[in-house]
Design a binder for this molecule. Sequence first.
Ligand SMILES: Nc1ncnc2c1ncn2[C@@H]1O[C@H](COP(=O)(O)OP(=O)(O)O)[C@@H](O)[C@H]1O
Ligand SMILES: [Mg+2]
Length: 223
Amino acid sequence: MISPVIELDDVKKVYPLPSGDVKALRGISLRIDEGEFVAIMGPSGSGKSTLLNQIGCLDRPTSGDLFLAGKNTREMDDRELTSLRLTSIGYIFQKFNLIPLLSAYENVEYPYIMKHRKNDDTGRVRDLLAQVGIDENLSAHKPSELSGGQQQRIAIARALVNDPAILLCDEPTGNLDSQTSLQIMEILAGLHGRGRTIVMVTHNPETAGYADRTITIRDGMVA
Ligand SMILES: Nc1ncnc2c1ncn2[C@@H]1O[C@H](COP(=O)(O)OP(=O)(O)O)[C@@H](O)[C@H]1O
Ligand SMILES: [Mg+2]
């Protein structure tokens, strides 16, 4: 049976600023089913990243409800949310957000250690790096010694290390040239093909073309 992995009910997000409240999300309701690949599009400043951050529990909505795998996240305490972020959600960002002092291998292993409290002795980190086309030699390099495309491959491997149900991508190809973007999108399409639920923010229609469905956001609302 297909069930919603992500459900939002009238989610609003207000950023209170000295200059006045910014109403970034003005009441978003949507559901995303297991195994779907959904693109979120919309103009700059329309609330796409804010929406993705609420879905990823990097932030809490000002009002409204967010259900992940049927559980209302409003009822979870900070410890439960931390565990949920670590085990159920993988994050991929435009700027890769790798840890500069760690090697590629160590970057991928880091969330594994956070979850399991020990190093990976299963070969999972090495296998994931190989899956995204990073060989043993490159695995020893620091992010600054690698290209943007290589860094994003490592970020994808890192996002997958704890086998999350949901992969969230915020402009994953925004910093990459078109040829490299294509390679990254082929990796994401492959993950979707193997059943992973993916939510991806993009303003590139070609990138959005990989998704099953596009949700357009305008002024903090579903257009
Ligand atoms: N941390 C924040 N504090 C205050 N305002 C913010 C913050 N993050 C985003 N905003 C504002 O919320 C609105 C939506 O931003 P964002 O979600 O980043 O849009 P998008 O990703 O579509 O470009 C914008 O007006 C932006 O300036
Ligand atoms: Mg954004």
